[in-house]
Design a binder for this molecule. Structure first.
Ligand code: ATP
Ligand code: MG
Length: 294
């Protein structure tokens, strides 16, 4: 039968160097067996700084318990976009967000929504680990203490550190300064600090770009573990990493208006990761993932 022939046809070969076809096939299998429950519904989102749009007209859905990657050349608005998901752009006075993001069906930017509560539910990990100048323990206990969660604090701290795959490395030195940890350990500590307040979503803006390959692998393995319980959105410049960890990938690019001397980020294509890397629908995506651009 024609249909079954089509279904059993081998996937198109991965066109990008270093991305293992087996990894992409595994991503495809996982994605096919996971239900797509919409967690964030983004509609016609435009973000401007001082009235100049940096990112224009983005619409997409982020699915629950998926890892979603944002890729694209420098300046295309990836950080701007990921910051919209926990209202971090509120903290930049010149930033203005237009359009809507529904989170569990609720308008994230609605007047009744408390941005502090949003940042508790939707945690963020930055490119450079930013532990507080406190002990390892106090870093993780910080959020729960602010929220007045004093009961079973030790157990909560241990759970978050275990979840972030750091417990075994720090269990005998919890009172030591967070700065005594390596960069990769500090990044996992920051992840533990987010997890301690029991978020729903983890946003990560290039969380492994400053780390060595071993720490990077640890963070990637962690993402695989964590997506059972959390929804993860990650910005990465590393396409192999996107292929290894992400179920869905969004490719952004920059539109240049020479006359007005403006560069505006746009969403070019959003699809299952294997499709973006092996069979993209847009020439700009293909040029980027094959390394001909950016
Ligand atoms: N706080 C800010 N104030 C003014 N302009 C900003 C601000 N943050 C970002 N921009 C501008 O918005 C555009 C998108 O920047 P953004 O940092 O979101 O890009 P990016 O895709 O994350 O780039 P990179 O890959 O280099 O991190 C750029 O033109 C940048 O100059
Ligand atoms: Mg960025």
């Amino acid at each position: 039968m024609v249909m079954s022939d089509m279904e059993s046809a081998p996937a198109a070969p991965a066109r990008i160097a270093g991305v293992d076809e087996k990894i992409l096939a595994e991503r495809a299998r996982e994605a096919a067996s996971t239900r797509r429950d919409v967690l964030f519904d983004v509609s016609r989102l435009t973000v401007s700084y001082a009235d100049v749009p940096a990112l224009k007209g983005v619409s997409l859905e982020i699915y629950k318990n998926f890892v979603t990657a944002f890729i694209g050349p420098s300046g295309c608005g990836k950080s701007t976009f990921i910051r919209c998901f926990n209202r971090m752009n509120d903290l930049i006075p010149s930033a203005n967000v237009d359009g809507t993001i529904l989170y569990h069906g609720i308008d994230l930017y609605g007047p009744e929504v408390d941005s502090v509560e949003v940042r508790k539910r939707i945690g963020m990990v930055f490119q450079k680990p930013n532990p507080f100048p406190k002990s390892i323990y106090d870093n993780v206990a910080f959020g729960p203490r602010v929220l007045g969660w004093k009961k079973d604090l030790d157990a909560r701290v241990e759970r978050a550190l275990r979840h972030a795959a750091l417990w075994d490395e720090v269990k005998n030195r919890l009172k030591a300064s967070a700065y005594s940890l390596s960069g990769g350990q500090q990044q996992r500590l920051c992840i533990a600090r987010c997890l301690a307040v029991e978020p729903d979503v983890l946003l990560m803006d290039e969380p492994a770009s400053a780390l060595d390959p071993i720490s990077t692998t640890a963070i990637e393995d962690l993402m695989h573990e964590l997506k059972r319980e959390y929804t993860i959105v990650i910005v990465t410049h590393n396409m192999q990493q996107a292929a290894r960890v992400a179920d869905m990938t969004a490719f952004f690019s920059v539109e240049v208006d020479e006359e007005q001397d403006r560069r505006t980020g746009v969403l070019v294509e959003y699809d299952a990761t294997p499709t973006i890397f092996t069979n993209p629908g847009d020439k700009r995506t293909e040029d980027y993932v094959t390394g001909r651009f950016g």
